[in-house]
Design a binder for this molecule. Structure first.
Ligand code: ATP
Length: 503
């Protein structure tokens, strides 16, 4: 049974490296005693940094970390009841299993209470005795299922066995919290799966809190009581594996955990949404005309006769995956992926049915890109680490430009706009990418892509100030590609900052 008390609490914790890299942005999190909590997210999202702050290897830039309700911000790592297991086991190759585990114990000092001849009690700080060390090592080896391995040289052990020894070495100190940073990352798939089950068993046997870091969603879903999904230094969702899988809070979580069909949708009535050209009943209540992202899991789509169900399309691929078929169906310009024990012949037309509980609506996060911009001397606009051609006359109704580039207002006033601060808005559909990174107004790397049925949604991030361009595009690009950003002049919407404030 889990106790309800929090062992660890993160309150508004942020970590900024070198004044510019925000690795962790305002984390609020509660970890209960005895829980198995997993930090899950792509590489570089801030998982390890959070773990290191709990261990005391890194200090938060702001916010507080509480241990059993007490602020431990200034407590050094060796004073925290925490032990860490890393991906690299860092065992001593020249020592045997016993000596590897005993290493920390030999340095440890404990306070023992004695009674003297006069009957008075007194305390003495002592090293652990050989018998105590033997006993602790035996218990630790039992927990990691390697009884009798004391004399073996670590260099003769398999990767999985070495990682068990690393875990034994961490738990032999009887920490209240075990931190595990991608501990199975170096193992092959089969061994990893075995160790996942083993770790879950160890957690049950020990009854202590495990905080686990991984980028592997299956690992997180298999082992955790609670998953913390992180992206780009921000917590996206906290929940049980079932909550995270069945009720993802946004398209990032839906796409990262499990497989998803993600479409642009519009709410067309009370509990009614339109996507892929059809109308569906749903359970999520949004305002009419609201633009939403619609997430449908492949296993929630049922194949039926054409004319039955809400959608009709042509089968363009069918692959047997062992337990189910993965069938891709083309519906006009959309593609939808189905996982089912049923499939249909390639090229045949089938009907598809989605029940209301298989349709998940999420508020659209990105429909428009918004930036702070400044008008230059040549009437271009600087924003997003770049410079773009724009139409400055939209800033003043019925204005024109004279030959020298000054703006002439409706009343005939001549204005020099150099340095004018503006808000820039660009629709996601109005940004294009080009291979020629010099050709656009700005350039950046593709850091994220999500397939949305008939197009991809990309995020391109600039190097200088990490400005993001969110854009929709039907073509397939690769994450990591360096691209130029092109925005047609008439698609850049400008508003005077001053006007906005005085509204
Ligand atoms: P991975 O799965 O690749 O280990 P992660 O999610 O654990 O990634 P972190 O290691 O926490 O990510 O890194 C988060 C961000 O902070 C990254 O952009 C990283 O480059 C940066 N970062 C981490 N440590 C430092 C440091 N000591 N100095 C500067 N930047 C750092």
């Amino acid at each position: 049974m889990l106790e309800s008390a929090n062992i660890i609490e993160l309150i508004g914790v942020s970590k900024v490296f070198d004044d510019e890299t925000v690795a962790v942005d305002n984390f609020n999190l509660e970890v209960k005693k005895g829980e198995f909590v997993t930090f899950l997210g792509p590489s570089g999202c801030g998982k390890t940094t959070t773990l290191r702050m709990i261990a005391g290897f890194d200090i938060p830039t702001s916010g507080k970390i509480l241990l059993n309700g007490e602020d431990i911000s200034n407590l050094p790592p060796n004073k925290r009841p925490v032990n860490t297991v890393f991906q690299k086991y860092a065992l001593f190759p020249h020592l045997n299993v016993y000596e590897n585990i005993a290493f920390g114990l030999r340095l440890k000092k404990v306070e023992n209470t004695y009674v003297n001849d006069a009957g008075h009690t007194y305390k003495k700080t002592q090293k652990l005795s050989k018998t105590e060390i033997d006993k602790k090592i035996k218990t630790a080896l039992e927990i990691v299922d390697l009884e009798g391995f004391e004399k073996r040289s670590v260099s003769t052990l398999s990767g999985g066995q070495q990682q068990r020894i690393a875990i034994a070495r961490a738990i032999v100190n009887e920490p209240e919290i075990l931190l595990l940073d991608e501990p199975l990352g170096a193992l092959d798939l089969k061994m990893r799966k075995e160790m996942q089950i083993e770790l879950k068993k160890m957690h049950e046997k020990l009854g202590i809190t495990f905080i686990y870091v991984t980028h592997d969603q299956e690992e997180a879903l298999t082992m955790s009581d609670k998953i913390v999904v992180i992206n780009d230094g921000e917590i996206q969702q906290i929940g049980t594996p079932t909550e995270i899988y069945n009720e993802p809070i946004n398209t990032f979580v839906a796409d990262f955990i499990g497989e998803s069909n993600i479409f642009n949708g519009t709410v067309v009535g009370k509990l009614k949404v339109k996507f892929c050209g059809a109308s569906f009943d749903c359970l999520d209540d949004y305002e009419i005309n609201q633009l939403v992202d619609v997430v449908v899991r492949p296993e929630d789509i049922k194949i039926c006769k054409p004319g039955e169900g809400q959608l009709k399309g042509k089968v363009i691929s069918s692959v047997f995956k062992g337990v189910h078929y993965e069938t891709t169906v083309e519906i006009g310009k959309f593609e939808i992926v189905i996982q089912s024990t049923r499939t249909a012949e390639l090229g045949s037309v089938i009907g598809l049915r989605i029940e209301p509980d298989g349709i998940h609506l999420m508020e659209k996060v990105y429909t428009v890109n918004k930036y702070d911009g400044v008008i230059t001397k040549t009437n271009t606009v600087e924003f997003g680490d770049g410079e773009f051609e724009c139409d400055v006359t939209q800033l003043y109704k019925n204005s024109t430009l004279d030959e020298e580039g000054y703006l002439i207002t409706e009343s005939g006033e001549k204005l020099d706009l150099t340095g004018t601060e503006v808000t820039v808005e660009v629709d996601t559909h109005d940004i294009q990418m080009t291979d020629d990174e010099e050709a656009g107004g700005a350039q950046g790397n593709i850091i994220s892509m999500i397939y949305k049925g008939d197009h991809y949604r990309y995020i391109v991030r600039t190097e200088e100030n990490e400005e993001d361009f969110v854009l929709s595009c039907p073509d397939l690009w690769n994450t990591g590609d360096l691209v130029g950003i092109i925005i047609p002049k008439d698609k850049i919407k400008l508003t005077l900052k001053l006007t906005e404030e005085s509204k």
